[in-house]
Design a protein around this ligand. Structure first.
Ligand SMILES: Cc1ncc(COP(=O)(O)O)c(C=O)c1O
Length: 422
C-alpha cells in the first residue's frame, strides 16, 4: 500500500520532538545510563506518598517508591511499554492481525478512543476531501468532522451494519482507477462503528465486513474501525474485526477502556500499520505528550494481576450485565411501544435505536414534550450527517438505569408519542 497517498500535509510536516525521543530512550534504557537530558521534574518533590488500589474482586496493590515515581512521571508518547505489550497480546488473541505477522502493527495509547479518532482524521484528511461515514453516526465523530473543510458522504446502516449497496452507490461517482490520480477527489477514508453502533445499536455481520473490506480494497480506501463496544458484544461467537481481515494495512482501529475499566481513566488505544502509527505518535508528542501515566500504570497493574483469564472473566460479567439491560429495554419497549415504534434488537453496546414512523421529526417531541414528562432521550437528528434533515428516530441508552426506571422512562416516551400523533 502507498501509505504516503493517505497522509495529509499537516501530518507529513510533523517532526519528532528530540526531547520526547529522549524520554522514550530513557524509559527503555539500562540503569547504567546517565540522563542529563529531558526536562523531567524531580519526583521527590511530588506530594504523593503512596496510592492504594483495591478491586471489587479483592485484588489489591499499593503503588509506592520507584513504581509510584514512574507512575507520576512523563512517559513515552506511545504509552508505557508494559501496557503496550499487554495490548499487543490482546490484539493477537482477539484479532490475529495479519499485520502482526509482518511486524507491521503499531499501537499508541491515547486519552480515550475519541483522542485516537481525532488524530486519525487529522492524519488522513485534507481540505476538500470526501469522507465516507455511516449515517446515522456517533455525535463525537460528527463533532470532529463537521467543523473541518471536508465533505461528508453518508452511507446507510441497518441492523447488520454498513450497507455495501449504499456504499457502492456513494462511490459510483468515481472509477476505482481514480485512486491512482493524485488530483482526483475520490474518497480515501471510510469510517465505521462495527459493533453495538452508537446510535444505531447495529453490529456488522462477517459477510458485510468482507464485502465492505473488498470494496475498500477496490477503491483504495482506509477504513477507520471505531470499536469501543467490541468487548460489549453479547454473543459468544462474534464476527471477525476489520483488523483481522486486513492484509493490506488499510485498517486503523480505535479501541477503548471506557466501557470495560472506566471512562474516567481516559484510556484508549489506536492501532494500525506502522507508517500510520508513527504519524499518530508525532501528533501525540505535539498535543497531550502522552496519555496519563498514572492511568496506564493502574490499568496494567490490574490487568497483569488478572492475567488474560481474569480479564475475560471480567468481560463476561460486563457482557452479561449489558445483555440483561438490553433484555429489559426490549421487554419494556415491547410492552409500551408496540404499534407506536420499531426497533432492532442490539447484539452489543448500550443503545436502542427507535424509529417512530408516524413522527417525521422527533426533535421537538423529544426536546420539549419528553422533557416536560421528565424523560431524557436523544433525538435522532443529533446523529445525522447532514444538518436540518428530519429524523423519525430517537436513541435510548440502557446502560445506567435500573429495569424499573428504564421501563418508566419508556412508558413516558409512549405517552409522549401518543400525544404527538393524536
Ligand atoms: C462510537 C464511539 N466512539 C468513540 C467514543 C469515545 O469513547 P472514549 O473516548 O471514552 O474511549 C464513544 C463514546 O461513547 C463512542 O460511542
Amino acid at each position: 500500500m502507498n501509505f504516503s497517498r493517505f497522509i495529509s500535509a499537516i501530518s507529513k510536516a510533523r517532526m519528532p520532538s528530540p526531547i520526547r525521543e529522549a524520554t522514550a530512550l530513557v524509559a527503555s534504557a539500562p540503569p547504567s545510563l546517565i540522563s542529563l537530558g529531558g526536562g523531567m521534574p524531580n519526583p521527590g518533590t511530588f506530594p504523593f506518598e503512596s496510592i492504594q488500589i483495591k478491586a471489587k474482586d479483592g485484588n489489591q496493590f499499593t503503588l509506592q517508591g520507584k513504581d509510584l515515581s514512574k507512575a507520576l512521571q512523563y512517559c513515552d508518547s506511545s504509552g508505557i511499554p508494559e501496557l503496550r505489550a499487554w495490548l499487543m497480546s490482546l490484539h493477537k488473541k482477539f484479532h490475529s492481525p495479519p499485520l502482526l505477522q509482518e511486524d507491521n502493527l503499531g499501537i499508541c495509547v491515547t486519552s480515550g478512543s475519541q483522542d485516537g479518532l481525532l488524530k486519525a482524521f487529522e492524519m488522513l484528511l485534507s481540505p476538500g476531501d470526501n469522507v465516507i461515514i455511516e449515517d446515522q453516526v456517533y455525535s463525537g465523530t460528527l463533532a470532529i468532522l463537521k467543523p473541518l473543510p471536508v465533505n461528508l458522504l453518508g452511507v446507510e446502516v441497518d441492523g447488520k451494519g454498513m450497507k455495501p449497496d449504499s456504499l457502492l452507490k456513494v462511490l459510483s461517482k468515481w472509477d476505482p482507477e481514480d485512486a491512482l490520480d493524485p488530483n482526483s477527489d475520490i474518497p480515501k477514508v471510510l469510517y465505521t462503528i462495527p459493533n453495538g453502533g452508537n446510535p444505531t445499536g447495529a453490529t456488522a455481520t462477517e459477510e458485510r465486513k468482507r464485502k465492505i473490506y473488498e470494496i475498500a480494497q477496490r477503491y483504495d480506501l482506509v477504513i477507520i474501525e471505531d470499536d469501543p463496544y467490541f468487548f460489549l458484544q453479547y454473543q459468544k461467537t462474534t464476527a471477525p474485526s476489520y483488523q483481522f481481515l486486513d492484509v493490506d494495512g488499510r485498517v486503523i482501529r480505535t479501541d477503548s477502556m471506557s466501557k470495560i475499566l472506566s471512562s474516567g481513566l481516559r484510556l484508549g488505544w489506536i492501532s494500525g500499520a506502522k507508517p500510520f502509527m508513527e504519524r499518530i505518535v508525532l501528533h501525540q508528542q505535539a498535543s497531550v505528550m502522552h496519555c496519563s501515566t498514572l492511568s496506564q500504570v493502574l490499568a496494567v497493574k490490574l490487568l497483569n494481576m488478572w492475567q488474560m483469564e481474569g480479564f475475560e472473566r471480567h468481560l463476561n460479567s460486563i457482557q452479561t450485565f449489558y445483555e440483561s439491560q438490553r433484555d429489559h429495554a426490549i421487554s419494556s419497549a415491547t410492552r409500551w411501544l408496540t404499534g407506536l415504534a420499531e426497533w432492532n434488537v442490539p447484539k452489543g453496546g448500550m443503545f436502542l435505536w427507535i424509529r417512530v414512523p408516524r413522527v417525521a421529526d422527533t426533535y421537538e417531541m423529544i426536546m420539549r414534550k419528553a422533557l416536560e414528562k421528565e424523560v431524557v432521550i436523544i433525538p435522532g437528528g443529533c446523529f445525522s450527517v447532514s444538518n436540518d434533515v428530519p429524523s423519525s428516530y430517537c436513541r435510548i441508552s440502557y446502560s445506567t438505569s435500573t429495569p424499573e426506571v428504564l421501563e418508566e422512562g419508556i412508558r413516558r416516551l409512549s405517552d409522549v408519542i401518543r400525544e404527538e400523533i393524536g
